[in-house]
Each structure stands twice: as C-alpha cells, then as structure tokens.
Design a protein around this ligand. Structure first.
Ligand code: SF4
Length: 64
C-alpha cells in the first residue's frame, strides 16, 4: 500500500514513534536480513525516516 507522506504524517510519525519498516516487524529475520515470509521487501526496509514523499507499507506488517 502506497501512502503519501506529508508534513502531518512526518510530525505524527516522530511524535508517536510510528514504525513502518521490516526491521520492526515480527516477520523480520535479523540473521538473514530478510522477511521470514519471503516477501519482496526492497521498499519496506529503512523507511521510518520518512524522508521521501511516499512510503510503501506492507499489509502484513505487525509490530514486534
Ligand atoms: S511481513 Fe512485510 S513488513 Fe514484515 S518483514 Fe515481511 S515484508 Fe517486511
């Protein structure tokens, strides 16, 4: 799911410490650096900085 990132989302992500990326998902495998479900995740790694104008959010994301 592609979500547009605007100043409001950046501010809320900072205030509430929102997480979007694989590194914070229960399915992330620290040892392999990959999704344990074998999902392609090139666009889901390292996205919490919200420095771009869009974030690609994985529908399977579940905070660990
Ligand atoms: S389920 Fe989605 S968010 Fe979680 S590690 Fe896999 S690709 Fe990343």
């Amino acid at each position: 799911m592609i979500t547009r990132v605007d100043d409001r989302l950046r501010e809320e992500a900072s205030r509430y410490r929102l997480r979007f990326g694989c590194e914070h998902c229960f399915a992330w495998n620290d040892e392999t650096g990959r999704c344990s479900h074998e999902f392609p995740n090139d666009e889901h790694v390292g996205v919490e900085a919200l420095r771009s104008d869009r974030v690609v959010f994985c529908k399977e994301f579940e905070l660990r």
